[in-house]
Structures are given as structure tokens and as C-alpha cells.
Design a protein around this ligand. Structure first.
Ligand code: ADP
Length: 252
């Protein structure tokens, strides 16, 4: 469903993604794991078509930057990009119209209920708490019912109810045949249903295994993570273990 072939992205002299190639199947959930600065956000932004890169990315055989591909690609960015002067409801309406969705009102109601936003629908973007912004960010990503959904660090800032609901949504989408790619730098947040893990470090893929391959090898995800990243970059490994949450995010 999603094919990434020899994708390289440089920011000046920094090689954020170095010749990445991978394939994701329909009806699968892939965890993109790696410490801060590994290149996870960059490959997601490349897939969604926000960045220029070398290499080839196709979704369902369509080049990712075509209108047809954009219709089936969805993205939940790590940092919500909301309009301060639009209400929660207006954000959803705006997106539904941009996607030329029909009969979207019921879908909006369902998402508001699931993520407990129904009593916030008249609040403006800049009146929302960080957690509320993140919930609206998620609802906006889910509204068009994309066939391929990329979620960049989606658990950050969510309350336990929203995390549980998000995990339910991911499982439902997976069973409906959708393709999911979820990035995280916190191994413990990946206790949900996943089929494949791609571990990134310093812009490169250092492991790409299915859950059954990992189980057959008798390893946990954490063991694999440290096996493939240890010694490569000690600072990044300690960040991934949760010792330094600040990381490089502030540099963007
Ligand atoms: P991750 O999502 O895994 O934390 P990123 O993809 O955000 O990693 O970053 C990969 C590398 O690219 C890092 O070294 C980061 O500092 C750099 N980088 C990311 N965005 C930019 C940018 N807009 N300009 C310059 N460098 C960037």
C-alpha cells in the first residue's frame, strides 16, 4: 500500500533521512521507533508530500504528491496546526468541505463523542488547552477516513481516556484494512497491536521486523531496540529511555 524507495532528505548538511526504503501492507500497523532526531518526523512529512526529497514514494501505486494519492493519505502532525480564530466545530467543517466530504456531520459527532470534545465545539483554537488541541488535531486527521494514516508521536499530551480511544481507533482502522504508521520515541507507549516495527537512528533504518519475527527470535521490542541502537549514539539511547525528554525538538 505504501512504498518508500531510496528516500534521502537533507537539511543543509544534516542528512535527516539517509536512503530509506520500506513497504507497508494494507491492514497493518507499523511502529516507527527511534530517539529524538532520528528522522521519524522527516520521513512522515516526506510521505505526506510536505517536503522535497530524493527518491520515490508511492501510495497504492500513485505518486504521493498527486491529488489522487493525497485523497487517501492522512496525517496527524506532532504539533497541532490550528487556526486561532476558528472554533473546534469550524475546524472540522472547514476540513470536511476542503475534502468535499458528503454527509460528514455524523462522523464529526462520532469523533467529538469519542474524544470528549462535544462540549468544546464552540471554543476557538487559541482557547484550547494543549491536550484539547491534540485531540482536535487527531479528529482532523481521522475525519476524512484516510486509507493510509501517519500519526507523529500521537500519544504526547493526551489524557488516559484519549490514549485508550486512540488505541481503539487504530485497532478498528487496522481491521478495516487501513495502513497505519505511528511514530514514537517512547518504547513503552507501544503496548498496542502492532504488526511491524521500523527502528530509526541517525537518519537510517537499523531494524525492520514483523512482530512474529521478533517473537520467533524470542526478543522483546525493548531488547531489539537496544541491540540495534546501542553504541551507535549513547546520547540518543538515553533519550529514548526517557532520561531526556527535551531532545532536539526545540531546534525546529
Ligand atoms: P525525529 O522526528 O525522529 O525526532 P526529525 O525528523 O524531526 O527527527 O529530525 C531529524 C534530523 O533533522 C535532526 O537532526 C533534526 O535536528 C533535523 N531537522 C529536522 N527538521 C529540520 C529543519 N526544519 N531544519 C533543519 N534541520 C531539521
Amino acid at each position: 500500500m505504501l512504498d518508500v524507495k531510496n528516500v534521502t532528505k537533507k537539511y543543509g548538511k544534516t542528512i535527516a533521512c539517509n536512503d530509506l526504503s520500506f513497504h507497508l501492507d494494507p491492514g497493518s500497523m507499523t511502529v516507527l521507533l527511534g530517539p529524538n532526531g532520528a528522522g521519524k518526523s522527516t520521513i512522515m512529512k516526506s510521505i505526506i508530500g510536505f517536503l522535497k526529497y530524493s527518491g520515490e514514494i508511492t501510495v497504492n501505486g500513485l505518486v504521493n504528491k498527486t491529488t489522487e494519492a493525497r485523497r487517501i493519505l492522512g496525517y496527524v502532525p506532532e504539533i497541532p496546526a490550528l487556526y486561532p480564530n476558528l472554533t473546534v466545530n469550524e475546524h472540522m467543517e472547514f476540513l470536511a468541505r476542503a475534502y468535499k466530504m458528503q454527509d460528514y456531520k455524523g462522523r464529526i459527532e462520532e469523533l467529538f463523542k469519542r474524544f470528549e470534545l462535544d462540549d468544546k465545539r464552540k471554543k476557538f483554537g487559541d482557547e484550547l488547552s494543549k491536550g484539547m488541541q491534540q485531540k482536535l488535531n487527531l479528529c482532523l486527521g481521522l475525519l476524512p477516513e484516510p486509507k493510509v494514516l501517519l500519526l507523529d508521536e500521537p500519544m504526547i499530551g493526551l489524557d488516559p481516556h484519549a490514549i485508550k480511544e486512540l488505541k481503539n481507533v487504530i485497532e478498528e482502522m487496522r481491521s478495516e484494512g487501513k495502513t497505519l504508521l505511528v511514530s514514537t520515541h517512547i518504547i513503552d507507549s507501544v503496548d498496542m497491536l502492532w504488526d511491524r516495527t521500523i527502528i530509526m537512528q541517525n537518519g537510517s533504518i537499523c531494524a525492520n521486523v514483523t512482530k512474529s519475527e521478533l517473537e520467533a527470535a524470542g526478543k522483546t521490542l525493548e531488547e531489539l531496540f537496544f541491540e540495534v541502537t546501542e553504541g551507535v549514539d549513547e546520547r540518543a539511547v538515553s533519550e529514548a529511555a526517557g532520561e531526556d525528554e527535551a531532545g532536539e525538538k526545540g531546534e525546529k
